[in-house]
Ligand binder design. Structure first.
Ligand code: AP5
Ligand code: MG
Length: 212
């Protein structure tokens, strides 16, 4: 299964990709996670990407394409993959199409995760990551047990640098301007599946797997 998860910041791409990865044994490929890792490691890519990401703008197409083509050439992608946060521009989508055509492994589908703006804001401002386990949590939506589990194990709840209100506003604008056109891109190619991504994480996952 080769799929793209398409959706606004906070629509739950990372959350659902991790569930699919665990269930179907295919890798989650998140350009956001890979770029954050490059920033944390202080690599050449990372130094370039840092200020762009902190402002909520897009890293240049050729940089992410380089990261993706290297990642897709690794053997663990043979049985499929979930792309999370890529492509985000029409150019990236065209490049991905070409790359997968060359590999003889076209995309099965692009799943649009549909969520209302007010819910996105709450998901993004409330998002935290457990410093110990890396688990994605949310101060508004996670259960007290999940939050306590992290803290009592000695973990801390870390907030992403770009999850402040100002940057979130810009990320949502950038999404509308640069990424939303991909809905039409995949619809024209008969590859678009839309799911309602509101409700609990398990409810969304059920809709996602039913759609796949
Ligand atoms: P990236 O890391 O991809 O961020 P994003 O697209 O803004 O999306 P998010 O990760 O914020 O949201 P998500 O949909 O994964 O939601 P999540 O599952 O975490 O990109 C970051 C930056 O990197 C970009 O701004 C750009 O600079 C750069 N970049 C990355 N890719 C790029 C590319 N291709 N080209 C150029 N630049 C690129 O969920 C959010 C929260 O909600 C969590 O707390 C979660 O617990 C909670 N939640 C999830 N689902 C539910 C639910 N059903 N109910 C209740 N809470 C839920
Ligand atoms: Mg994410």
């Amino acid at each position: 299964m080769r799929i793209v998860l398409l959706g606004a910041p906070g629509s739950g791409k990372g959350t659902q990709a991790k569930k699919l990865m665990a269930d179907r044994n295919i890798p989650q490929i998140s350009t956001g996670d890979m770029l954050r890792e490059a920033v944390a490691n202080g690599t050449r890519f990372g130094l370039k990407a840092r200020s762009i990401m902190e402002a909520g703008n897009l890293v240049p197409d050729e940089v992410v394409l380089g990261i993706i083509s290297e990642r897709l050439s690794q053997p663990d992608t043979q049985d499929g993959f979930v792309l999370d946060g890529f492509p985000r521009t029409t150019q990236q989508a065209l490049d991905l199409e070409e790359l997968l055509d060359q590999m003889g492994t076209p995309l099965d589908t692009a799943v649009l995760m549909d969520v209302d703006l007010d819910i996105l804001m709450k998901r993004l401002t409330g998002r935290r990551t457990c410093s110990l386990t890396g688990k994605l949590l949310n101060v508004y939506f996670s259960s007290q047990e999940e939050i306590d589990e992290c803290r009592s194990a000695g973990g801390e709840l870390i907030q992403r640098e770009d999850d402040n209100e100002e940057t979130i506003g810009n990320r949502l604008d950038v999404y509308r301007e640069s990424t939303e056109p991909l809905i039409e891109f995949y619809r024209e190619r008969d590859k678009l599946t839309t799911i309602n991504a509101e409700g609990t994480i398990d409810e969304v996952y059920e809709r996602l797997t039913a759609a796949l």
